[in-house]
Design a protein around this ligand. Structure first.
Ligand code: SAH
Length: 456
């Protein structure tokens, strides 16, 4: 097999990253994106490795029954979605399998897997967008998403994952750029001003936050921009300029300046009110977050007298929604603004048994342990890189009865579950939860319990 060969393939499975796995007649494996299990295709070979190859669909000979027609015009170009060409049920099967494979193969863990919690909404579920701004080859301003594995911007005003109102923000921003000739940032040279458009929506409150990330302090004609936004968007609550002067892929810089409103929006989750500022983590799919937290609450099994430690707590959401069922809540989070939000969220909801610490979770846990804090239940919800072995060892020393692990990356979850197993914690149950329909991502919540002497 060599580059540019055309080969007949049957798609036999799908990778967790969103590629179909095809087999040739002589059983060579070829990965082909945007194919569905059951497809028969002619593929053009793009790259050959020793035992497998990569290809793209040249001709669809026989479509799989799982196929549906993607509704999005830029599906094949944009790097956001990978599962728009198959039904949602199929997607859920692939995602469940991704979690099971990781836990069993990487973690070496046998446990009970519950059915995946599917999302009620598979479109327009996102309440946040971070969109790069650039210019196309004719110099026209473009706002959209990066293409797969690239920093080429695919112009896209109407993304099916985001609420329609985000399209209005994009349109106003485009008009403003056209009217004022706003200087746009160029990633290659590191020159130019406007880098990203960052939008957040409080789904229950309808409050809208618009933030412009600029290489500098702000933009020329800012007043006009705010005026245009306010005229087009009656629910606009705040406009912020974030300053990012670094030549980096990290979207947000460290400094925010509020140009309109008070710099944050609010929303509701599990019956509580939350304050959301630009730097604070906030679940992008609110409806699913409620279902995920309900599962986490069930796993936490609180009866009122416990000390609950919520590690990687963001604005305090998970812990605060459980606070009425425990004696004391301690939250740990590394982003200062998120901790400030968590504190005011506790206050705004009349929660008096919570305190929040701004620190690195593993160090804070060790410190708390030294001070004699002995949580009965630990909830942890780390970023993709997981929590790591050091924190697992500290948790073991603290000796909670239950650990509830919320994870956005099955591979690091599996690795960490293995560390927990080595430290005497048994993974009792795993529930995948689809927070991000149509994309390759899947969330998981796992319940671990400390091994009691009577357990066998
Ligand atoms: N539990 C929250 C947030 C989860 S996202 C929720 O559901 O809303 C993960 C959080 O971990 C983010 O808020 C991030 O800022 C925080 N974080 C990342 N690294 C950390 C570290 N080393 N120590 C503590 N918090 C960290």
């Amino acid at each position: 097999m060599k580059k540019n060969d055309i080969v007949r393939l049957k798609i036999v499975s799908a990778t967790a990253e969103g590629s179909g796995v095809g087999k040739t007649e002589d059983n060579m494996t070829v990965f082909v994106p945007m194919t569905a299990v059951g497809d028969i295709i002619d593929a053009r070979i793009l790259k050959v490795k020793k035992t497998y190859a990569f290809g793209k669909t040249e001709k669809l000979i026989e479509p799989s029954k799982a196929r549906i027609t993607p509704e999005c015009p830029v599906f094949s170009k944009c790097g956001g979605c990978v599962w728009r060409h198959i039904g949602y049920e199929e997607e859920l099967i692939i995602k469940s399998q991704k979690v099971r494979d990781a836990v069993e193969r990487i973690g070496g863990i046998k446990t009970e897997f519950k059915p995946i919690i599917g999302s009620e909404r598979t479109d327009r579920y996102r309440n946040k967008a971070q969109l790069p701004v650039g210019r196309d080859k004719d110099g026209k301003a473009i706002i959209g998403f990066y293409a797969f594995h690239s920093h080429r911007i695919i112009d896209c005003g109407e993304c099916l994952l985001q609420p329609g109102i985000f399209g209005t923000v994009i349109d106003v921003t485009r008009d403003f750029i056209a009217q004022t000739g706003t200087d746009i940032y160029d990633e290659l040279t590191g020159k130019g001003r406007l880098r990203h458009l960052y939008i957040r929506l409080g789904e229950v409150t309808n409050e809208l936050m618009v933030c412009y990330v600029v290489n500098g302090n702000g933009l020329k004609h800012e007043d006009l921009l705010v005026k245009m936004l306010r005229e087009a968007l009656p629910t606009l609550k705040t406009v912020i300029f974030n300053s990012n002067r670094e030549k980096t892929n990290v979207i947000l810089g460290r400094k925010n300046r509020v140009a309109f409103g008070n710099g944050y929006i609010t929303d509701e989750l599990c019956g509580l009110k939350f304050k959301i500022s630009p730097f604070s983590f906030w679940q992008v799919n609110r409806g699913q977050a409620e279902r995920l937290y309900a599962k986490a609450r069930e796993y936490a099994g609180l009866s009122g007298g416990e000390v609950l430690l919520d590690l990687y707590c963001g604005t305090g959401t998970i812990g605060l929604t459980m606070a009425e069922n425990c004696r004391e809540l301690v939250g740990v989070e590394i982003i200062e603004d998120a901790v400030a939000d968590a504190k005011s969220n506790a206050e705004a909801n009349g929660i008096k048994n919570a305190r929040f610490i701004c620190a690195d979770a593993p160090s804070a846990a060790e410190q708390l342990r030294k001070e004699g804090t002995a949580p009965d239940v630990v909830v942890l919800d780390p970023p993709r890189k997981g929590c790591g072995e050091e924190l697992v060892k500290t948790i073991k020393k603290m000796g909670p009865k239950r650990v509830v692990y919320v994870s956005c990356d099955p591979a690091t979850l599996a690795r960490d579950l293995k560390y927990f197993a080595e430290n005497g914690y048994v993974t009792k149950e795993v529930t995948p939860c689809d927070m991000f329909p149509r994309t390759a991502h899947v969330e998981t919540v796992a319940l671990l319990t400390g091994k009691c002497p009577n357990d066998n």
